[in-house]
Design a protein around this ligand. Sequence first.
Ligand SMILES: Nc1nc2c(ncn2[C@@H]2O[C@H](COP(=O)(O)OP(=O)(O)O)[C@@H](O)[C@H]2O)c(=O)[nH]1
Ligand SMILES: [Mg+2]
Length: 194
Amino acid sequence: MAGSDPVTDASSAPDTVKILIAGGFGVGKTTMVGSVSEIAPLRTEEPLTMAGLGIDDLDGIEEKRATTVALDFGRISISRELVLYLFGTPGQQRFWFMWNDLALGALGAVVLVDVRRPESSFAAIDFFERREIPFVVGVNGFHGKHPYPAEDIRDALAVPEHVQVLLCDARDRESCRDVLIALIDQLIASAVQA
Ligand SMILES: Nc1nc2c(ncn2[C@@H]2O[C@H](COP(=O)(O)OP(=O)(O)O)[C@@H](O)[C@H]2O)c(=O)[nH]1
Ligand SMILES: [Mg+2]
């Protein structure tokens, strides 16, 4: 009784793709997952406490009050055929042991950069380059300001030519969606080439 029952027909189910949202501590990863997610994002945030004093580098991000201890999780439908599952990584170096596990099965990543402290996302760029996981760079202009063109951030972080660098606002749904769509376009283009 093969049929086209939309409930049981696997071909009508959307493709689901795992995407990582990575970058340094306090660059806006949790904010981005929260802005774009259609489901209430799962957060594993804890208030920053004295325990992290001297460990978590708050230089330049004094307004940060909470920190992601495991991961952020959200979902966004790009079309009827494509649903992205977003995994926001914890930024602090002491949680880096989790990154390899989080990266399993990920098709691509967004590396978010705080325009005021671009170097804090360098390690994330290095991580995806080494593992040959495709990524785009999203430059989060805090306070909606973009003092530098994308190409300056590319030069500062030695981002290779084939990786897109996009200016964005982690608080803005459309802006974050545009970054994710750019990543998907990049993934499709490289799949077509292969
Ligand atoms: N003004 C401003 N604040 C932001 C922006 N993105 C994130 N924040 C704030 O910066 C802090 C760190 O962001 P968060 O998303 O927790 O960073 P994460 O450590 O990368 O997950 C939080 O207090 C956010 O509300 C932004 O684009 N503009
Ligand atoms: Mg976070």
